[in-house]
Design a protein. Sequence first.
Length: 168
Amino acid sequence: MRFNPYDDVIIQSSTVTAVAIQSLTGSSAVNGDGYDTSVGIESLMVHIRAEIASGSPSASTVAWKLQESNDNGSADAYADAKDNTGTVIGATLDVHTAAKVSTARVEGIMLNNQASSGAQGGRKRWLRIVSTPAFTSGSSPAILYYAQYIGAPGSGAVFPVRSTVSNT
């Protein structure tokens, strides 16, 4: 039985080699560690915060995107997670003059059906956040960056199986 709102929230930092707060430099993508959603989450929100860039660049951004895999990249390589319109889940934050926050609601956790035929949808078991900084000039520019998953634990409800035939 849940007695207060804190019982209904799961918060997990997105880490890179077990470190939550990252200093992004250069222009290479930084892959977050995989997050196993089989802990009982029905839906979640990705929360990103990027601080103002240091090093006086004339322009600075962080592009982030969500990726998913069935097995944390072992046999099923991570691929961009898309919403129901086919758009990659993510955003680009301009952090040249102000810190920015970005959020994205992610549905379909534990409803994965990636069959090659028939209805498809849902999320794969493992998620990760990939962040890519970009700078124009500056002296060793860097961006402090933090990402986390905020989820709603499952209620134990049985969800319908996706099919090509209507459930109604």
